[in-house]
Design a protein around this ligand. Structure first.
Ligand SMILES: NC(=O)c1ccc[n+]([C@@H]2O[C@H](COP(=O)([O-])OP(=O)(O)OC[C@H]3O[C@@H](n4cnc5c(N)ncnc54)[C@H](O)[C@@H]3O)[C@@H](O)[C@H]2O)c1
Length: 266
């Protein structure tokens, strides 16, 4: 059976792709016929990932918060790939702790990486996407960009901000045919947290899992990286040509609302 979502011939840069969700997205882009620039600050892990991904992948060192890094990656991508068709702003940091104990320097770093980074990336690469006839940009937000949570104030602020950036960019870049969308992954599956959530008490967090309709149906899972990657590659492809400026939650219903036991029929 042929794949409904084709990325044949598409050249796509994924930030933070040396591991975790970004790496799974890179793998799936290649499965679907595309080629990938794996961009990260972890050079050894990035080179290792590219060696496993094969000839359709190349590694670039990129600190997303650095304007100079974006400019040089843009030059190198033009030289090696001859252009670009897609960008996935996936790299991000998480910081956890009570609002009143937030370290301002750490908060500034989260804002730089999670919010300024995607802005600088869109700014740097929009001309390449335009030159290829209009591309697709996917910004990875979070359920933390759709609601708030105790202990994650800075992260929430960056991920909500990213949705605003996406919408403004969709309006501006849409003039030249580039689409910009946001994906909001859920969390809580053992396959989703990755090293990103090392300080996280997953078991206690999952005590609130009955909120999830999938849990009520007896499936002990929220979402995993493959569920999220599937949404990302669909948005990168022409199958999503009708979608721009929109948020796509892949959260197993986490943000759908509150399930209220005791109401009539339940
Ligand atoms: N893991 C989850 O449960 C979860 C849930 C919701 C949303 N998300 C989002 O998914 C995305 C990926 O998360 P993950 O779980 O794969 O995280 P991860 O920590 O496993 O991977 C993040 C990658 O970003 C890279 N990175 C960090 N700072 C960077 C910088 N300045 N420049 C370039 N690269 C940098 C890291 O080296 C790492 O390879 C993030 O945007 C995150 O907010 C994750």
């Amino acid at each position: 059976m042929s794949e409904p979502t084709s990325l044949e011939g598409r050249r796509i840069l994924v930030t933070g792709a040396a591991q975790g969700l970004g790496l799974t997205i890179a793998e799936r882009i290649i499965d679907l016929g595309g080629s990938v620039v794996v961009a990260d600050v972890q050079d050894e892990a990035g080179e290792h990932a590219v060696a496993a991904l094969g000839a359709a992948a190349r590694y670039e060192h990129l600190d997303v918060s650095s304007d100079a890094d974006w400019a040089s990656v843009c030059d190198r991508v033009t030289d090696s790939f001859g252009g670009l068709d897609g960008l996935v702003n996936n790299a991000a940091l998480l910081d956890m702790g009570p609002l009143e104990r937030i370290d301002p320097d750490r908060a500034r770093r989260l804002l730089e990486v999670n919010l300024l980074g995607p802005l600088l990336g869109i700014r740097a690469l929009a001309p390449l996407l335009r030159a290829s006839g209009g591309g697709s940009i996917v910004n990875i937000s979070s359920i933390g960009g759709l609601e708030g949570m105790n202990s994650t104030a800075t992260y929430n602020a960056t991920k909500w901000g990213l949705r605003g950036l996406s919408r403004a960019a969709a309006l501006e870049l849409g003039l030249d045919g580039t689409r910009v969308n946001t994906v909001c992954p859920g969390m809580g599956n053992p396959d989703m947290p990755t090293p990103f959530l090392t300080d996280f008490d997953l078991d206690r967090y999952l005590e609130s899992a009955p909120r999830l309709p999938f849990h009520r149906a007896g499936q002990p899972r929220n979402v995993d990286v493959h569920d999220v990657a599937e949404m990302v590659v669909w948005l990168l492809s022409d199958a999503a040509r009708g979608c721009t400026g929109a948020d796509f939650a892949v959260d197993a219903g986490w943000t759908a609302g509150t399930f209220a036991p005791g109401l009539p029929g339940f």
